[in-house]
Design a binder for this molecule. Structure first.
Ligand SMILES: Cc1cc2nc3c(=O)[nH]c(=O)nc-3n(C[C@H](O)[C@H](O)[C@H](O)COP(=O)(O)OP(=O)(O)OC[C@H]3O[C@@H](n4cnc5c(N)ncnc54)[C@H](O)[C@@H]3O)c2cc1C
Length: 435
C-alpha cells in the first residue's frame, strides 16, 4: 500500500531541510518534511550562525529576536599568542554572527516550515526506490512510505538518502568529528584555540569557547580524520585535557565544570569531496552534500543556502533541477571548498606544520597584519566583502590557496565530478525498483 503522494519529500529537518521546506511550501508545493527525531531535539554544534547565515535568515523573513549577537572573534595560538579577527560588515552580509542553541534554532525553523504548509512526518527513512512513473518511494522504518516527485536529502553527514542513491565515494570523503559541552560561565567573545597536546605537535583541528544567549558558554574540540573515521574518538577522549588547556589560558574558570550530560559529538562532512550533490530527482543539501567549511567547521549557513537553492531549482526548473542546482553549488561554493579541502587535507597530516603556522599567525606583528583578511578568508566571506586592506589580504590568501592546491587530488576529483554532472545529466539510480 503506497503512502501519500507529495511534490517533494524533504528528508531531515535541520537548517538545510527546514529552509528547503519553507521555500517549497511558500511556492505552493505539497511537501513532506520527514525527520527521524521528535522536536525539540539536540544537535552537536558550537551554536554559532555566521554572517551569511544571518543574512539568509533575514532574506527569508526569519529574523530572530532572542539570539545573542556576536562580532569580533579571537584566535589563540598554541603558546597563548592572540589574533583578533574583526567582524566587518560586507556588501552582501552583516558584520555579526548569532549564538543560539540548536535545540531552539532547529525547532523554530521547523515550526516556520510547518506554518508555511509543509506536512510533518516523524519517521526514519530507510531506503529509496524508483517508481515506474519516475517518482521516488521512500520506505519508513517501522512501516509506511511516502511517494514524491523530488527528494531533497537534508539528512546530515551520514545521509541515508545519499547512501541509498549511490552518490557517495567513501574513499574520498573528508570527515571531521567534534565534541561539544556546555559550561556555566559567561564568556565575552568567541574564542578559537589551537592546541599542542605535545609541544611542537598540534592537535589536528582546533577547540572553541563561544558565548551563549542564556549565560552558558559552548566549549568543544574537533579534528579532521580524512576518509578514515576511526580517529574521530580522539576529540571525545581529549576534550577534558583541552578544557584544562582553556583553564591554563585563563579563558575558563579554574572550577568551571563541563557536565557530562551536556556533551554531544557529531560528524562533519567537509569540502564537498566524495559526494555528488544531485542526480535526477534527488538533490542533497547541507551536510549531506559535504558543505561544511574545511577550515573552521561552519556548516549552518551553507546548509540553509543549499536548501534554498535546491528548492528553487525544483520550483523553477523541474525538468533540469539537478543540473540547475549543481550549477548553483559550482558558482557559489566550489572555488572556496575545493581549495580549502586540499589545504585541510595537507594540514591534518602535518602536526608540526600546524603548530608552526598557529604560532606564526598569532605573533603580535603578523596577527595585526593579517587578522582582518584571515577573518574574511577562513569564514568564506570574500565574495561580497567590502573593499579595503582586509579584503586584499583575503584575496591574496585565496589566490595562494588556489595556486598551491591546483594539482591536489581533491581538486581534480571535484572538477571532474562537477564537469561530468553538468555535461551529462543522468537519471537517478534509486536503490532497487519499487517492491
Ligand atoms: C560539534 C559540532 C560543532 C559545530 N559547530 C558549528 C557552528 O558553531 N556553526 C556552524 O555553522 N556549524 C557548526 N557545525 C556544523 C553544523 O552543525 C552542520 O553543518 C549543520 O547542522 C548542517 O545542517 P543540516 O540541516 O545539513 O544537517 P543536520 O543539522 O545534521 O540535520 C539533519 C537532520 O536529519 C535527520 N535525519 C538523519 N537521518 C535521517 C533519516 N534516515 N530519516 C529521517 N531523518 C533523518 C536528523 O534527525 C536531523 O534532524 C558543527 C558541527 C559539529 C558536529
Amino acid at each position: 500500500m503506497r503512502g501519500p503522494r507529495f511534490d517533494a519529500a524533504v528528508v531531515g529537518s535541520g537548517p538545510a531541510g527546514a529552509v528547503a521546506a519553507i521555500t517549497l511550501a511558500r511556492a505552493g508545493a505539497r511537501v513532506a518534511l520527514v525527520d527521524k527525531s521528535g522536536f525539540p531535539r539536540d544537535k552537536a554544534c558550537g551554536d554559532l550562525v555566521g554572517p551569511r547565515g544571518v543574512q539568509l535568515l533575514t532574506e527569508v523573513g526569519l529574523e530572530r529576536p532572542d539570539v545573542l549577537s556576536l562580532g569580533d572573534m579571537v584566535v589563540v595560538g598554541p603558546t597563548g599568542g592572540r589574533a583578533l579577527l574583526p567582524a566587518v560588515p560586507g556588501l552582501a552580509y552583516p558584520g555579526q554572527a548569532w549564538a543560539i542553541p540548536r535545540s531552539r534554532f532547529d525547532t523554530e525553523l521547523r515550526h516556520a516550515a510547518l506554518d508555511a504548509g509543509a506536512e510533518e512526518v516523524t519517521a526514519r527513512v530507510g531506503a529509496l526506490h524508483a517508481e515506474a512513473s519516475g517518482s521516488a518511494l521512500l520506505t519508513l522504518d517501522g512501516g509506511g512510505s511516502v511517494v514524491a516527485d523530488f527528494v531533497i536529502g537534508a539528512d546530515g553527514a551520514a545521509s541515508r538518502v545519499a547512501e541509498s542513491t549511490g552518490l557517495v565515494d567513501h574513499d574520498r570523503v573528508l570527515w571531521g568529528f567534534a565534541m561539544r559541552a556546555y559550561v556555566e560561565q559567561h564568556v565575552e567573545l568567541p574564542y578559537i584555540a589551537f592546541w599542542d597536546p605535545t609541544p611542537g605537535r598540534a592537535f589536528p583541528g582546533y577547540g572553541w569557547l563561544f558565548p551563549g544567549p542564556d549565560g552558558r558558554a559552548n566549549a568543544g574540540l574537533g579534528l579532521g580524520t580524512g576518509s578514515d573515521r576511526r580517529a574521530g574518538a580522539r576529540a571525545t577522549r581529549q576534550l577534558d585535557a583541552f578544557l584544562d588547556h582553556l583553564r591554563s589560558l585563563g579563558l575558563l574558570g579554574a572550577t568551571t565544570e563541563a557536565p557530562r550530560d551536556g556533551r554531544l559529538g557529531g560528524w562533519l562532512k567537509m569540502g564537498m569531496v566524495g559526494t555528488m550533490p544531485a542526480r535526477g530527482n534527488v538533490l542533497l543539501v547541507g551536510d549531506a552534500a559535504g558543505l561544511v567549511n574545511p577550515l573552521q567547521g561552519e556548516g549552518i549557513a551553507q546548509a540553509m543556502d543549499s536548501g534554498r537553492a535546491a528548492a528553487l531549482a525544483v520550483i523553477e526548473r523541474p525538468s533540469e533541477a539537478a543540473s540547475h542546482y549543481i550549477a548553483h553549488l559550482r558558482r557559489t561554493h566550489l572555488r572556496f571548498q575545493s581549495a580549502t579541502a586540499s589545504v585541510h587535507a595537507a594540514l591534518v597530516s602535518s602536526p608540526r606544520m600546524v603548530s608552526l603556522v598557529g604560532r606564526l599567525l598569532t605573533t603580535p606583528l603578523v596577527a595585526r597584519a593579517v587578522g582582518g583578511g584571515w577573518g574574511i578568508y577562513w569564514n568564506d566571506l570574500l565574495d561580497g566583502s567590502a573593499p579595503g586592506g582586509a579584503r586584499r589580504v583575503a584575496q591574496i590568501a585565496h589566490g595562494a590557496a588556489r595556486v598551491l592546491t591546483a594539482p591536489a587530488p581533491n581538486r581534480r576529483w571535484l572538477s571532474t565530478a562537477f564537469d561530468a554532472a553538468l555535461d551529462q545529466p543522468r537519471p537517478v539510480t534509486l536503490g532497487s525498483p519499487t517492491p
